[in-house]
Design a protein around this ligand. Structure first.
Ligand code: ATP
Ligand code: MG
Length: 510
């Protein structure tokens, strides 16, 4: 008898049930991509709500009588009176290596016509950022390949660096260069077989851009052999606001997967101004009270909870990192507007791009004086630090004096010298987009500048001189460049060799 009881008990224990509690409701109204559903008792904030035809919504307003859901995907078939049910799941997206090289929408569905995305795991799009304990301070460089950035505004893995500027000042280009340079470094690093090499995988989130622009970006990444290390998450201007709202969180979840698996990832949010505008639109439809510039009161939290998720984890937690490059578009250079000030205060520094500089042909149009990186210098490559530590000071001194010098008064020789060097530095820092430099070349160029090899070349000829310098070094001093490439502090011997090489180039150039 007892045995029979035991058998029954153990069988009952082993029974697995698929039973899930879900509640079913009815749509009472649909408008502007928002459905109000009655009868969804027990719906959670941010829960996925299933509608007819495989459409999902996100429960954002939990009212006493109804739940307001923002709808995602193709919502044309959603009508009043249809049913809707809770899923018990928070909104999640596919994650993993299988997403590399793919273009997906805000829910991780493929947009590139190359079949289903290969994944075995999903991550919730919203997640609490790592606290203080699992984190470590930034100590590894993220090389952008942009000389001005790597030298004066260095970025470290796990950092959040804002790219900010007016329309058409080259914001996207700076971010894409960073992605393209990671791909270049990945190729090199994997080829070298160095077991310590850490690739950086990129995620580019396009928010509210025209489809044609997104297509050009994808094409560029492909041409530069960078797409295979990149995930593109696209929510174009043609899509409804909820997709734009979700896209950065979805991209972030994909980036977190790399970080939590001990790898390094870089994520670009292009741009968060449009993200804020989408959120404002949703909030107005949901009839949430609005405040300054008609944004809802929690718009700060919108971006802080996103950017807090970028981190560098300590070795007990796998040592992975997620570096974030959010982009903000300003109007007439006004960085004191609501959204720009918010995001400036959330990030670890900003790269400020200016229309005037851009139009003067100073590209990348970085306003050096107001661009900073608050944590990256701890991670800067040592040899690069050696040759660039005085650069920012020299640049700002030059800017100050150059403003006076235009009045044409007599200048003393010291002032003339500072202005002369500044004029040349400005030229040296000019760099076309899509042409990232290796860090060893950056070091060599700045070493030559620091040791006055460019001082007696006419300003007009500097661009040509830099090009000749690069070609000469690549052709003749490949070995020396790879010695520099180790990045460790340069000793006297190496400096001596560099000096001799610079002198040899100079002779050939003259
Ligand atoms: P938007 O506000 O439209 O998003 P943006 O600030 O992202 O613009 P980009 O699209 O990156 O700017 O660049 C604008 C134009 O300037 C592009 O045609 C780009 O090729 C060019 N450009 C950007 N950076 C450079 C550079 N360093 N050298 C030469 N041209 C550049
Ligand atoms: Mg852009």
């Amino acid at each position: 008898m007892n045995e029979i009881l035991k058998e029954i008990e153990s069988r009952i224990e082993r029974i697995e049930s698929d039973f899930k509690k879900s509640s079913v409701g009815k749509i009472i109204s649909v408008a502007d991509g928002v459905a109000r559903v009655s009868g969804l008792r027990g719906a959670m904030y941010n829960e996925m709500i299933a509608f007819e035809g495989g459409v999902y919504g996100l429960a954002l307003n939990l009212g006493e009588d109804d739940v307001a859901c923002v709808l995602m995907g193709d919502v044309s078939g959603i009508k009043e009176g249809q049913g809707a049910s809770t899923t018990g799941k928070l909104l999640s997206v596919p994650v993993g290596m299988g997403l590399l090289g793919r273009v997906v929408d805000a829910l991780g569905n493929p947009l590139d016509g190359r079949g289903a995305v290969d994944f075995s795991e999903t991550y919730p799009v919203e997640k609490i950022a790592p606290g203080i304990l699992p984190r470590k301070s930034v100590d590894q460089p993220l090389q952008t390949g942009i000389l001005a950035v790597d030298a004066m505004i260095p970025i470290g893995r796990g950092q959040r660096e804002l790219i900010i500027g007016d329309r058409g000042t080259g914001k996207t280009s700076v971010a894409l260069d960073a992605i393209i340079n990671q791909a270049r470094l990945n190729e090199e690093g994997i080829k070298s077989g160095n077991p310590d090499f850490r690739p950086v995988y990129s995620i580019y989130v396009a928010i509210g851009q025209k489809n044609s622009k997104i297509a050009r970006i994808i094409q560029l990444l492909e041409e530069k052999n960078a797409l295979k290390y990149t995930i593109v998450v696209a929510a174009s201007a043609a899509e409804n606001a909820s997709n734009l709202y979700i896209a950065p969180y979805a991209g972030c979840a994909m980036g977190e997967w790399f970080m939590e698996h001990g790898m390094d990832a870089l994520i670009v949010y292009d741009d968060l101004s449009k993200h804020a505008a989408a959120y404002r639109q949703i909030s107005l439809i949901l009839k949430r009270p609005s405040g300054r510039e008609a944004y809802p009161g929690d718009v700060f939290y919108l971006h802080s909870r996103l950017l807090e998720r970028a981190a560098r984890l300590n070795s007990e937690n796998g040592g992975g990192s997620l570096t974030a490059l959010p982009i903000i578009e300003t109007q007439a250079g006004d960085i004191s507007a609501y959204i720009p000030t918010n995001v400036i205060s959330i990030t670890d520094g900003q790269i400020f791009l200016e229309t005037d500089l851009f139009n003067q042909g100073l590209r990348p149009a970085i306003a050096v004086g107001v661009s900073v990186s608050r944590v990256g210098s701890a991670a800067q490559i040592k040899a690069l630090k050696q040759v660039s530590s005085t650069l920012k000071g020299e640049y700002s001194q030059y800017k100050e004096l150059a403003a006076f010098a235009q009045f044409g008064s007599d200048l003393d020789s010291r002032t003339k010298q500072i202005i002369g060097r500044g004029d040349r530095l400005v030229e040296i820092l000019k760099q076309n987009n899509n042409t990232p430099l290796s860090s060893s070349m950056e070091i060599a160029i700045l070493f030559a500048f620091q040791n006055n090899f460019f001082d007696d070349i006419a300003v007009k000829k500097i661009l040509g001189a830099v090009k000749s310098f690069k070609d000469y070094f690549e052709a003749r001093f490949g070995g020396l460049l790879s010695e520099v490439a180790s990045g460790s502090k340069m000793g006297d011997e190496l400096k001596e060799k560099l000096s001799e090489a610079c002198a040899e180039w100079k002779k050939s150039f003259n």
